[in-house]
Design a protein around this ligand. Structure first.
Ligand SMILES: Nc1ncnc2c1ncn2[C@@H]1O[C@H](COP(=O)(O)OP(=O)(O)OP(=O)(O)O)[C@@H](O)[C@H]1O
Length: 333
């Protein structure tokens, strides 16, 4: 159609649809039944069943506090060493998270001074291979420019560092704190739904201190006990605690509040998910580890103990919703 005829049709013609009335009862019935099916399908299946339109989803405001208990002994034969929560929970408190050390490499009695670098970073034959003042990010210290004996057969660049530097030891397997499988954690969680002015605690009002120190969470027999065995948490993700303990990992503890205002029920359910480490570890940089140190000071000198800690970090993730018939529910359909 030319532009001229398009222009004249736009200004000169009016078009509308023609309605056909079919006077057949059965066709009218099929049409109305289909309409009703669509309406009910939308309201009951989609709005109510799929979208849970009667439920008010409200962002939950939550506070979590955590306490781990349990004791382990390492080096039982030669020099027994007892570990309690103040030693293996690092740091002592975190927000919505806690780390339990399950394995470690310990370097004792380090002092500030000069010593040979680890052969991993700076082997040398002469001082020409070492650069005074140089330090690579992976090194233990700053090179002095001298090439010194690391052992009888190997020379490395001398560094100014915490000496002697950490040895590149094999990671202990089985894990040194394998007893952590039997440790327990108390998770205290208070939630608030501000829109409903509703506050709840995961320790039910009828629980006494005696109940709390004796109960252990079990998904079927004790689903509301807030004391969890670490081994059970890991096992419920499908992982093996002892395997994960060697290189470390991260586990998610999901606390989901399902509050029904009409039935006056508001209880949390707990589920567990593997987030890092264990059988699904990637080959490069598997597990979870970091280093920390303890300093010791006396009149003459300062020494430190360096710990490369492998362990499991547990992240507590809280979510929730309130079920009630919304006042505006039927108007919103
Ligand atoms: N990880 C845990 N495993 C088992 N019981 C625990 C754990 N953490 C705390 N409890 C027990 O739960 C109760 C409440 O703990 P809370 O920390 O509020 O009290 P507390 O008297 O300061 O605890 P405690 O001095 O025993 O560490 C106490 O009886 C406590 O011993």
């Amino acid at each position: 159609m030319s532009i001229k005829s398009q222009f004249s049709s736009f200004w000169c013609d009016y078009s509308t649809e023609r309605t056909v009335r079919v006077q057949r009862v059965w066709i009218a019935w099929i049409y109305r039944v289909l309409q009703l099916l669509l309406l009910f399908g939308y309201v009951f299946v989609y709005v109510i069943y799929v979208k849970k339109g009667y439920r008010e989803n409200e962002e939950v405001v939550s506070s979590v506090s955590i306490k781990v208990k349990g004791v382990a002994v390492t080096n039982k034969e030669q020099h027994p060493w007892t570990w309690d929560p103040a030693d293996y929970v690092v740091p002592p408190q975190e927000m919505n998270s806690f780390f339990v050390m399950t394995n470690f490499i310990m370097t004792r009695n380090q002092k500030q001074g000069t010593c040979p670098e680890s052969p991993n970073f700076a082997t040398c034959k002469t001082g020409d291979n070492c650069t005074k003042g140089y330090s690579s990010p992976r090194a233990h210290g700053v090179q002095t420019g001298r090439c010194v004996d690391f052992n009888k057969t190997l020379k490395t660049c001398e560094v100014h560092a915490w000496c002697d530097v950490e040895k590149n030891e094999a990671i202990p397997n089985p894990a040194l704190l394998s007893a952590a499988e039997g440790f327990t954690v108390l998770i205290k969680n208070q939630v608030t739904f501000p829109m409903f002015n509703l506050k709840r605690h995961n320790i039910p009002a009828n629980v006494t201190t005696v109940n709390l120190s004796t109960c252990i969470f079990h998904p079927k027999s004790s689903p509301h006990c807030p004391v969890f065995r670490l081994g059970d948490i890991v096992n419920q993700t499908g992982e093996n605690f002892q395997k994960m303990a060697v290189l470390g990992g991260v586990i998610g503890i999901q606390v989901t509040w399902d509050c029904n205002l009409h039935h006056h029920t508001c209880l949390p359910t707990y589920s567990f998910i593997q987030l890092e480490g264990g059988s699904q570890s990637q080959e490069v940089a598997p597990g979870y580890n970091f280093r920390f140190s303890h300093w010791f000071m006396n009149k003459e000198n300062i020494t430190r103990m360096l710990i490369k800690a492998f362990g499991i970090r547990f992240d507590v993730m809280v979510s929730g919703y309130v079920s009630c018939f919304q006042n505006h529910f039927f108007f919103s359909i």
